[in-house]
Design a protein around this ligand. Structure first.
Ligand code: FES
Ligand code: FE2
Length: 464
């Protein structure tokens, strides 16, 4: 296995390096409202310019390393808390060859437990999917447990003198919650989740994700290594070539990329033109190109003489959000209402900031290192009683995201554009004679940050 990064490049200045055009902090200076302190953080990661070994995306050996060093030890997003609303609600979370059964055991904080999803009799998965139950009964021979993991019933108990309540408690794994998300960690010795997520809550202070409901949940199997898919959603550098329809209203090369511990953030301004356009669109053209999935009901917006696309977009979004969050909407800056904040917590959890609604998760498809599951949750604010979470729509490798347009709206087309490249990336990585992938130093620094941490988890015998 090639463990050392290849093709070292000469030293070059890093911090402060940016493409042409105004940077994001300069754009914030023009906001019509005060912007939150978290957006004023401009903290680029420093990961050098070395290539990342191709074998991470291809080899079974690396996948096995991820299984034993990463997935079995890291905090990972398992499900939304809202699917475990009532005592007896269950959900199954599968990762590589592990499966965990999440159960609401009691109301309120701390009332969720996660068990290894395997019957202690002959090993059948205790549950195949979500549902509300009174107890946990195995469908094979009927061994049964209380919700809290205590053994409840053994059919023909006289035939199992070796089975005792003490030895047949369901084995648990650790659970933590944040922002309406449930996380699990299979490693009993792992540090606390609060420490692991670090600055994540401070970035979401103004946009509490626990006060959202899942209005869409779509997953899709893609025939590529999970990191090939994830990489494609961690930078805006690809927008120029992959999503040319966005350029009139998308500041791709003016994006900002930050790193805070296990968290990384990309910020892409909208309502401004790409510096790569050879002409300057009108404010109206910038606005037309920026209407996106945040507008459930896209209106015909007009930029009045003397105003700009950002303020008009922001005011329209503010009006819409005010109907749901009330007067709080008045505090929101133009930036929060218009721009894209794509944040990720290592290794695979990607909640977007502000009211953008997107949350991505990427993971191997079962124990297969050549295919993956990409998921998109859309989390919408609500008034009054919490609406029930949307049904999960599962797409296969030959389906198109367009098949889920009804729930994903305009995002479906964008995802199809993104996926167009993915199998071709996997193919090219197999074919290439070049041992490493050459990422941009700044614009692809979120991916460099991921690989930096992946190296620590999978290669360093002592850390984390
Ligand atoms: S395998 Fe579960 S009861 Fe037999
Ligand atoms: Fe994209």
């Amino acid at each position: 296995m090639t463990q050392a990064p290849v093709r070292p490049a000469p030293e070059q200045p890093r911090t402060g390096f940016r493409g042409k055009g105004p940077n994001y902090q300069q754009l914030l200076d023009t906001d019509s409202k005060p912007v939150p302190a978290s957006l004023r953080r401009d903290e680029p990661g420093e990961f050098g310019s070395d290539d990342i070994p191709v074998e991470r995306y291809l080899s079974r050996e690396w996948h096995e390393r991820e299984k034993t060093r990463l997935w079995s030890r890291v905090w990972q997003f398992a499900c939304r808390e809202e699917v475990l609303a009532e005592v007896g609600d269950t959900e199954v979370y599968d990762i590589v060859d592990s499966s965990f059964l999440l159960v609401r055991v009691a109301p309120g904080a701390g009332g969720i437990r996660a068990y290894v999803n395997a019957c202690l009799h002959r090993g059948r998965a205790l549950r195949d999917g979500p549902g509300r139950v009174d107890d946990l009964q195995c469908p094979f021979h009927g061994f049964c447990w209380h919700l809290d993991g205590r053994l409840k019933r053994v059919p023909s108990a006289w035939d199992f003198p070796q089975v005792t309540p003490e030895t047949f408690r369901l084995p648990e794994v650790r659970v933590a919650t944040w922002g309406g998300f449930v996380f699990v960690n299979p490693d009993p010795d792992a540090g606390p989740f609060e420490e692991f997520m670090g600055d994540l809550p401070s970035l979401f202070e103004r946009w509490p994700l626990d006060r959202r409901y899942t209005r869409a949940h779509v997953s899709k199997v893609i025939r590529v290594n999970w990191k090939v898919a994830q990489d494609a959603f961690m930078e805006s550098y690809h927008v120029v070539t992959t999503h040319p329809q966005l350029l009139q209203g998308f500041g791709d090369a003016n994006s900002q990329y930050d790193v805070f511990g296990n968290v990384a953030r990309g910020i892409s301004p909208r309502g401004v033109a790409s510096p790569y356009l050879s002409w300057e669109p009108t404010e109206q053209e910038k606005l037309n190109s920026s209407i996106d999935q945040r507008m459930d009901d896209p209106q015909i917006l007009v930029v009045p003489e003397g105003e700009n696309a950002r303020t008009v977009l922001a005011e329209a979004a503010r009006r819409q959000i005010r109907q749901v969050v009330g007067p709080e909407a008045e505090q929101l800056s133009d930036a929060e209402l218009v721009d894209s904040y794509y944040i990720n917590l290592f290794p695979n959890f990607h909640p977007w900031g502000a009211y953008n609604q997107i949350v991505y998760r990427f993971r191997p498809h079962g124990d297969d290192h050549t295919s993956c599951i990409m998921e998109c949750f859309l989390l919408a604010p609500f008034t009054g009683e919490r609406p029930p979470p949307a049904e999960h729509v599962a797409l296969g490798p030959d389906d198109a995201w367009r098949d889920a347009t009804e729930v994903l709206g305009s995002l479906a087309r964008v995802f199809d554009q993104d996926e167009f490249n993915l199998e071709a990336v996997q193919k090219g990585l197999r074919a290439t004679r070049k041992p490493g992938v050459t990422f941009a130093v700044y614009q692809e620094s979120k991916i460099r940050h991921f690989h930096h941490l992946l190296s620590q988890w999978c290669l360093d015998p002592l850390s984390p």
